[in-house]
Structures are given as structure tokens and as C-alpha cells.
Design a protein around this ligand. Sequence first.
Ligand code: SAH
Length: 220
Amino acid sequence: MTPNEESWRAARERMVREQIEARGVRDPRVLAALRAVPRHVFVPPEKRAWAYADGPLPIGHGQTISQPYIVARMTELLGLQGDEKVLEVGTGSGYQAAILGHLAREVHTLERVPELAAQAAERLARLGLDHVQVHVADGSLGWPPAAPYDAILVAAAAPEVPRALLAQLAPGGRLVLPVGDRYQQVLERWTRTGPDRYHREVFEPVAFVPLIGDQGWPAA
Ligand code: SAH
């Protein structure tokens, strides 16, 4: 039996209340975006029943769609008002990019696995999110053609903050990413406070798949 739109909506509402509001995410625009984006569209068909469950899910190629709460929390830390140009590193399923698309003027998202990038681009287009563009690239180097960015979100674990991403932040821009070893990291937020000055804050522990690339971990 395929659940209908109404039951998906009910599952989504429960997800927002029990997993996200309950853990302290308050930004009303972030909560509205999580209520609006159909997460079940972004998970493999055989995993749809778990689309609104409280955890990450496999999406193929050894990758995962992040836990809903982590998506909400990282998005909240970016402090988006609506007029920003945003970069995401690690498109994966495209779900986080769709959330960012609801909250910003222009979104560029980078994925190193071409098949994931193609699938995500198709889903985003089907939802009418034409201002969200998917590029196949090593995101540890950022995306210079559209830089600078008001906000950058990295959805894969970096051994340290990639210098290329700091350099692509606009004045006052925020970079949110997991930093640590391959299995355990903490969320960090870097705010550009001057041409060569950044303010770093540390938030909760997280576990992401590795950022693989020039300013990430080596492949294999
Ligand atoms: N934001 C995603 C989840 C990302 S999982 C979602 O909402 O579904 C992390 C993704 O980062 C994986 O798809 C992985 O292939 C990708 N990735 C890892 N290293 C990368 C790099 N250097 N550049 C771009 N993408 C990378």
C-alpha cells in the first residue's frame, strides 16, 4: 500500500514536532521548510516507510541522507533570512539542498558521485526548485564560479576546515561543517569577520560520512 499525500503530511508534521521542535530548533522559517519538503521523495523507494524516522538512511554508493534533526540544526546555524547565495558540499539525495532552496535566493550544491548528482538534480527540478543547481565537483575546493557565498554547509566530515571554503565566504558569511576523524566529529560554525579574520564556534557531536577530496580525506 502506498501512503497518500495526507498520511505523508501527517508523518512530516510528527517528525517536526517530535524530533526537531522537541530538541530545541526554533527558527520558524527552518521549521516551515521541513514541513514543506517531501522527504520521502528523496529516499530510495524500498526505504520510503522510514522516510520520516529519526535517523539517517542509506541512499546507495555507500552514502546516507542525514538524520532530519541534523539537517534542521545545521540549517538553523546558517541563520538564513531569504536573500542569500548558499553553497552546499555533498548533495547526496538532494534533500538538504531542497531545504536550503526554500530558505535562500540561490543555491549551488556539489556532489562527487555523478549518479547521485543526476538523481538529485532530477528530484529538485520536479519540485520546481530551479534556483538550486547541482554540480559534479570536488566540493572540498568549493565552487569558485559562483563565489562568494553568504552561507556554506558541508554535509560530509572534514579532517579540518577546508581553506578553500573559508576563502569563498562573503563578508559576514557563515560556514557550518562537521570536523573531526572519520567516525566522530563536532559541528563547527566559522563566521567571516574580516578579510583575514574568522570567528569559530563549536556545537554538538555528530557522525557524517567522510568528505573525500583535495582538502578532505584521500579516497579508498
Ligand atoms: N546532504 C545530503 C547528505 C550527504 S551525504 C542529503 O541531504 O541527502 C555526503 C555526500 O557527500 C555523499 O553523497 C558523498 O558522495 C558526498 N561527498 C563526499 N566528498 C565530497 C566532495 N569532496 N565533494 C562533493 N561531494 C562529496
